[in-house]
Design a binder for this molecule. Structure first.
Ligand code: GLY
Length: 369
């Protein structure tokens, strides 16, 4: 363990949900940890917080599904260790608006059932009995009681309290590297934090962090616009998360809702647009018409960190002392517990389980960013 005051066992670059959870888990194992964070909230601050491996499972994304299920299984216990993380174990309804969407949903239901995932097909009347605010025109619904949600802002606050260790409000400019190993982090003002290992958990900002090119994980930003809404009449419009074909509507249980999200390849642009708001409101209002009665509290856009194969990079990197926890794309909040456990294990020199192999950062070693 380190002894100097400015030398740590582990420096974590990025103080969002994943960075803080990694720092917390590493501290629990006895490491002296510092988190370096510029204080500009990342994707977690915009995220709706769906913990939905089953309703997000798409054809061809088996590796991501396994990671998501593993993390979802850990969520309740993970939250039990935290103070008021905003976890809601209420399920999800996926709904189809027309015949085409119903056919697509039938195919998805068969795929998910074939994998042994818990989904129940509901006729429109059954869906409306569960959620009376659903439009009478809804054609089909899938009930997924195991897909829960969390408030990512409360989660990050809770993780910050649980970590309770050293937090440097500074922008990391590059990794310090000497003799083929990472020796710490260089800050924008030139100061250096020495560390035995560095965890890179900086979301899309990893592409701006200086490091040898051959060690890089390629990450690109994918913009998502999100509306935060509030029912002046209080809670009760819907209880479950409602997912349409492209929009989702996540209740916080207190009359507040998160409506998301667009998927846009627009580089670093985070400007909310009229078209984005229109798209979200059009799609969800055809499923939950009562959305038009809600007040708008906030309109924001965030940048999802996407890797070329949509699977995150978790574990040891191509340099000694470098550990990745990035590229979580649409699943950062869901994958927070499993990422933190894997990173803490990697830092302790343990071999990661075989189900984590698809997230091995070394699959990108030497691939140009
Ligand atoms: N996980 C939902 C999203 O990224 O929009």
């Amino acid at each position: 363990m380190a002894s100097q005051s400015d030398s740590f066992d582990v420096a974590v670059v990025g103080g969002g949900a994943i960075g803080l959870a990694c720092a917390w888990r590493a501290s629990q194992r006895g490491a002296r940890v510092v988190v370096v964070d510029a204080g500009e909230p990342g994707a977690w601050n915009v995220a709706a917080g769906m913990l939905a491996p089953v309703s997000e499972a798409e054809f061809g994304e088996r590796a991501l599904l396994e990671l998501g299920l593993e993390s979802a299984r850990r969520y309740a216990a993970f939250c039990a260790e935290l103070e008021q993380p905003g976890y809601r174990d209420v399920g999800t309804l996926v709904v189809a608006r027309d015949r085409d969407e119903a056919e697509a949903l039938e195919r998805l239901a068969a795929f998910r059932t074939g994998l042994g995932l818990p989904v129940e097909r509901l006729r429109p009347s059954q869906a409306r009995a569960l959620e009376p605010a659903l439009a009478p025109t809804v054609r089909l619904a899938l009930d997924i009681p195991s897909d829960h949600s969390i408030d990512p802002r409360r989660l990050v606050a809770a993780l910050g309290r649980a970590f309770g260790g050293e937090l440097r409000r500074a922008r990391a400019a590059s990794l310090s590297v000497g003799r083929g190993r990472v020796t710490g982090v260089v800050l924008e003002d030139g100061a250096e934090i020495a560390a035995g290992a560095v965890v890179v958990a900086a979301g899309v900002h990893v592409s701006r962090l200086g490091m040898p090119e051959a060690a890089r994980v390629p990450v690109r930003p994918v913009k998502g616009q999100v509306l935060r809404l509030r029912d002046p009449g209080g809670p009760g419009l819907v209880e479950r998360t409602i997912r349409g074909e492209s929009a989702y509507f996540v209740p916080r249980g207190d009359g507040r809702y998160v409506l998301g999200a667009t998927m846009e390849d627009r580089g670093w642009d985070t400007t909310p647009t009229a078209g984005g708001v229109y798209e979200l409101l059009r799609d969800i209002s055809e499923v939950v018409p009562g959305v038009f009665e809600l007040d708008i509290e906030e309109l924001s856009a965030g940048l999802r960190p996407a890797t070329p194969d949509n699977v995150p990079a978790i574990g040891r990197g191509a340099l000694e002392g470098l550990v990745w926890a990035t590229g979580h794309f649409r699943n950062g909040i869901l994958l927070t517990p499993v990422t933190a456990d894997l990173v803490a294990a990697a830092l302790a020199g343990e071999v990661l389980p075989s189900w984590a192999a698809p997230a091995d950062p070394l699959r990108f070693a030497g691939v140009p960013a």
